[in-house]
Design a protein around this ligand. Structure first.
Ligand code: SF4
Ligand code: SF4
Length: 433
């Protein structure tokens, strides 16, 4: 056994992979096949073992219980009432306990939302954009879109003043529409916390991280980079300090020399594990596969599995297998080669292990570099990073001034690479028409 980390994250699936929707890109639905004949319901005695050991293992003042699925609300409210009671029973004096629950939102009602509000749950709601983009893949068992049910759930969360964040997966259908998606989430949904998760879905029959082909539902690396860059342009001019986009926070942390706080961009992994409904503990939520099973909570202490040599090796392999091309890369400090599950390409030198999203990561991190440097410098001097908005407003005004009289078809003086008429000269162009 190696030394246990002072804190770790455990994503718990009390109902396994069971879901009332049938999202076509979901990587987890096939995990149902790992447990043939199961009732997919965490038993109360196991829930208590988990609660007790999880709290005891965390050597920090705040503990987060993260509920996921499948669709975790399928277990019914009573299960979570019991979970909260057990947390109260086992928590140490002074310890703060937070619950997060990721849901598709379709089963939420007043009772659920009142419960979330009463117990300060942070609810993650999956929304892929406006109706036609959301419904492209987020469908029910009958193939019908889930958008209207999700919006009903959202209204109830708001009615009961539940803290929520929005998780948007990026895929072939919505990735080409960055501003439409961002504006919808910000203005219609009222999201103040957003996460964008790229869909890189393996095309194989196993549902495991095998093979190098991806489905055509997957986002491409270029689409991913463009999506992030375009919404960054909007965010950095209008929304810094008001809207939190996880990827931008992670990047800013890296630019100020802190840990990114998201496993995908850490140098090593191994502190974000998954717990199945029957007590099986896996190295990671994305590796719920027999080869990555660490043991069962009913047979082994949780801490023993977290601190096992097998788990340490799982985490270390991320750095050990990083291709030389990544080690030499100018944005390695923020990217670290991304998640191992997506490392299915070879580098131009023929080395395996390059991330499928590399081209997107590289263009995006380089694109945001100057703004990130500015914000990091403000932070270091004790000033708000939101000062970037004033700075860019001044620069944009200068660029518009320089564009006055510039040839409309020549490259814009601001250096964007676009034609003047499509960039800072746009205002003149429209006032002429
Ligand atoms: S494999 Fe990917 S998702 Fe899992 S812990 Fe590592 S970086 Fe995170
Ligand atoms: S941008 Fe590409 S080359 Fe650079 S560290 Fe990330 S995955 Fe590696």
């Amino acid at each position: 056994m190696t030394l246990a980390p002072p804190a770790f994250h455990l994503m718990t699936k009390p109902g396994g992979a069971i879901c009332n929707l049938d999202c076509t890109y979901c990587y987890f639905l096939s995990k149902e096949l790992l447990y043939p004949g199961s009732r997919f319901e965490m038993a109360y005695d196991l829930l208590e073992t988990y609660t007790k050991e999880y709290i005891a293992a965390q050597r920090v003042p705040e503990v987060t219980f993260a509920w996921q699925g499948g669709e975790p609300t399928l277990l019914g409210l009573e299960f979570y009432e019991h979970a909260v009671a057990l947390q109260r029973k086992h928590r140490r004096p002074g310890m703060r306990i937070q619950n997060t629950l990721q849901t598709n939102g379709t089963l939420l009602d007043d009772a659920w939302c009142a419960f979330f509000g009463r117990h300060d749950f942070l609810v993650g709601l999956s929304v892929d954009g406006p109706e036609r983009l959301h419904d492209a893949y987020r469908v029910n068992k009958g193939g019908k879109g889930s958008f209207n049910q999700v919006m009903r759930g959202l209204a109830l969360l708001k009615k009961h003043r539940v803290d929520f964040n929005i998780l948007t997966t990026l895929h072939a259908a919505n990735a080409p529409y960055p501003l439409e998606v961002y504006h919808f989430l910000r203005d219609e949904v009222g999201a103040r916390f957003m996460q964008f998760i790229p869909i890189v879905e393996r095309a194989n029959g196993t549902g495991f991280q095998e093979g190098t082909d991806v489905t055509d539902r997957s986002v491409t690396a270029t689409q991913y980079g463009d999506f992030l860059s375009q919404i960054f342009d909007e965010w950095v001019r209008k929304d810094v300090g008001d809207v939190y986009v996880q990827m931008f926070d992670v990047a800013l942390a890296a630019w100020v020399g802190m840990s990114p706080g998201l496993c995908v961009f850490e140098k090593t992994c191994g502190t974000a594990l998954a717990l199945e409904h029957n007590g099986d503990v896996y190295s990671c939520d994305h590796y719920v596969e027999p080869d990555y099973l660490l043991g069962n909570l009913q047979e082994l202490p949780l801490l023993e599995m977290v601190a096992s040599e097998k788990q340490r090796a799982f985490g270390q392999v991320k750095d050990d297998t990083l291709p030389q091309g990544c080690r030499d890369c100018e944005v390695r400090f923020v990217c670290n080669g991304g998640c191992p599950k997506d490392r299915i390409l070879t580098t131009p030198d023929g080395e395996p292990g390059l991330n499928y999203l590399c081209a997107g990561y590289r263009s995006f991190f380089n694109y945001i570099g100057p703004a990130m440097q500015f914000m990091a410098s403000e932070l270091r001097q004790g000033r708000p990073p939101a000062n970037i908005m004033r700075q860019l407003a001044l620069e944009d005004a200068d660029a518009r001034g320089a564009a006055v009289g510039a040839p409309r078809n020549a490259p814009c003086p601001c250096g964007s690479g676009k034609k003047t008429k499509r960039c800072c000269g746009r205002a003149q162009a429209s006032s002429r028409s």
